[in-house]
Design a binder for this molecule. Structure first.
Ligand code: ZN
Length: 138
């Protein structure tokens, strides 16, 4: 059995961003040489997410609006966590959007359903953060 590990780094311009990382993950899969197996992709921070959904700008706007209704960024004072930090909302948003995805590898490809794409969800950005890609198989 082969195994592969890589860290992808991000440094967003905005506090919140959704980035389609499917091409990066596909490159990892090609570099691994693995044809059949399992791919894990997870955020390595507790204020960002990795999730699978559609590459559609209207939906991305809807995610932003929905997350802001559930866990508004401001006022910062509404959260007990915001004593020395201002990112309580980012912790909550990350929990809603999830930590990781697992994708089957079949015949050297990400075995997606229709329209599935992998996204990095940043909720407390403007600093260097990373995503782990781990692939096992043969
Ligand atoms: Zn925090």
């Amino acid at each position: 059995m082969k195994n592969y590990r890589k860290e992808l780094w991000f440094n967003t311009q905005a506090r919140r961003e959704l980035i389609n990382i499917t091409p990066d993950v596909q490159q990892c899969l090609e570099d691994s040489g693995i044809k059949e197996g399992i791919l894990l992709c997870n955020a390595m921070h507790i204020t960002s997410s990795v999730f699978i959904n559609d590459e559609e700008s209207g939906l991305h706007y809807d995610f932003e609006q929905w997350l802001e209704r559930l866990a508004p960024e401001k006022p910062y004072s509404r959260y007990r966590h915001n004593g020395y930090e201002d990112n309580a909302d980012a912790h909550l948003k990350r929990t809603i959007m999830g930590r990781e995805v697992v994708v089957a590898i079949t015949d050297g490809k990400l075995d997606f359903g229709p329209w599935e794409q992998i996204f990095y969800g940043e909720f407390d950005g403007k600093r260097r953060k990373r995503v782990l890609v781990k692939i096992i198989g043969e």
